[in-house]
Design a protein around this ligand. Sequence first.
Ligand code: ZN
Length: 291
Amino acid sequence: MRRLCLLLIALVAAATSPLRAGDRLDVVASFSILGDFVRQVGGDKVDVTTLVGANGDVHVYTPTPADAGKVAAAKLVVINGLGLEGWLPRLVQSAGSHAPIVVASTGIAPLHDGAEADPHAWQSVANARLYVANIRDALVKADPANASYFQDRAKSYLAELDGLDREVRAAIAQIPPERRQVISTHKAFGYFARDYGIAFIAPLGVSTETEPSARDLARIISQVKAAKIPAVFLENLTDDRLIERIAAETGAKVGGTLYSDSLTGEKGAAPTYIAMVRHNIKALTSALDHP
Ligand code: ZN
């Protein structure tokens, strides 16, 4: 009996063993933007694996068997929440993972599109600061020995995000108010629109799952003409043809690509969250600030 007890204790200890000095904390993030936040705070004390990689679409992702292995090995799983990762609960269950799941959007005030929560809260830099604070607290809890390391890194990254928020506001201020309206592919910029005062109209909803009907498209085309919307934008995760058709039928110019739900690889235009926001404000201002 005593031997059995010791064996059980050993098994439990193995399953929840604390990190040894020098070990990196294995963290899985559901998509690339969260992966970047974890890297910014976790530095070289974490090994970050991103499930939906560069230019991937987190709305319609199908997990692979390799993803189950990554989740099974993780000590911490970081997700957005707000209904973004509908595929995640089944993956966590099939991986048999008991790692804590951190919902990075905890504490933000969600916007809604009809009855559906809008998951794209990271497009507000103020919200991104909350994401980073949540991730910092989760890392500290998972690896208390490195608490001050995570806290210091979070502090300097949060200061960078403060600067980024000011940059966005200064850039938008250069655009004449009547030109602060654009078309993008799906409703990914609701929080950006709320915080920074640019109106976004999109043929697809807050998810990329459903195609717009011919009637939806006709409605948008007449809206673009009536409101004299100056520019339409492509996104890095959806089909370009829809936006190209709207541009062709309305005479609005294609203002380039906005990065909404996904970063690019290292050599792309948006390898980090900060680079992504900077790219987007540059694309918006160069398409909108003069006729
Ligand atoms: Zn989206």
